[in-house]
Ligand binder design. Structure first.
Ligand code: 7PJ
Length: 285
């Protein structure tokens, strides 16, 4: 793999050892809170900061702040609403903590504002395909995570279909990397993500996880795995969201063995134990 150290707005992120990205949702209907206190969407600034402090203490190197729910059927969020939710949280965390703050967004305007208040990484589930997004990321000179999704969040789970999911995801990401590099983004600052659950059936997700190392090897770029509490665990284990911790840890370990460089997770402390076990025991890294 080429240089595994990302430059996140001056903060180095060394991916020669895998890292944990802790999820901080600012959406009121965030994926995992399900209306109970399991993980509340952090609308409140102090609460968001407390959660970030906790995740950092538990071992997160990156805090991923998102304000748009991308789960199937989620209500659309206006650009202004997304901005109002995300920017104050990014600003507060970047100011108070020595941690990389990433922004889970597809909006170029939001990327710009977030960078201005200290964001160090752009995480885009649309792989910078919105108008002006590639150019904005190039201008901001922040590392980017490019994720594969088939279709759009509202309808992506209706009938996902592929001839060969691994090849198609790989081809898409290759094309996006080329676009980004052509626009002036440093290739060494790009992270790839197969996008588990984004326009994929259970079988597609399983196939992608099984073959994730081919993605890592073919592209020579770090890969992020977002598997935490996802519905494939419902498909595999018939567990509702509040009972997916063990399953999430299991697939996290498999992802590490397939070469994942970043785990995007809700349960930071537990995931860090998995990461440490992998690092100390598995000789393949
Ligand atoms: C992902 C994400 C993911 C990246 C979400 C959820 C849905 N960003 N944002 N990868 N998932 N890069 O957390 O279940 O898998 S939102």
């Amino acid at each position: 793999m080429s240089s595994p150290v990302l430059n996140c707005a001056g903060k180095p992120l060394d991916l020669s050892k895998p890292k944990i990205m802790g999820i901080l949702n600012t959406t009121p209907d965030s994926f995992s809170d399900g209306g109970n206190s399991y993980q509340q969407g952090c609308l409140d600034l102090d609460l968001a900061l407390q959660r970030a402090i906790q995740m950092q203490a538990e071992g997160a190197s990156i805090i991923d702040v998102g304000g748009e729910s991308t789960r199937p059927g989620a209500a659309k969020v206006s650009a202004q609403e997304e901005m109002d939710r995300v920017i104050p949280v990014v600003e507060r965390i970047a100011r108070e903590l020595d941690v990389v703050v990433s922004v889970d967004s597809s909006s170029p305007a939001l990327m710009k504002e977030a960078a201005a208040v200290g964001a160090g990484l752009i995480n885009d589930v649309r792989a910078l395909q919105r108008d002006g997004a590639v150019e904005m990321a190039a201008e901001l000179q922040l590392p980017v995570c490019l994720m594969h999704m088939q279709g759009q969040p509202g309808t992506m789970q209706n009938k996902p279909s592929y001839q060969n999911v691994v090849e198609e995801v790989s081809a898409f990401l290759t094309e996006r990397v080329d676009q980004c590099v052509a626009a002036g983004i440093d290739r060494e600052q790009i992270i790839l993500d197969p996008g588990f659950g984004f326009g994929k059936t259970l079988e597609h997700n399983v196939e992608l996880l099984r073959k994730m190392s081919s993605l890592t090897q073919a592209m020579g770029l770090p890969v992020l795995a977002g598997l935490s509490r996802k519905s494939m665990l419902q498909g595999l284990l018939q567990r509702p969201v509040e009972q997916r911790l063990a399953g999430s840890l299991g697939v996290a370990m498999l992802a590490l063995q397939q070469g994942a460089a970043i785990l995007r997770v809700h349960d930071v402390a537990e995931s860090r134990d998995i990461l440490e076990l992998f690092w100390q025991i598995d000789a393949s890294h």
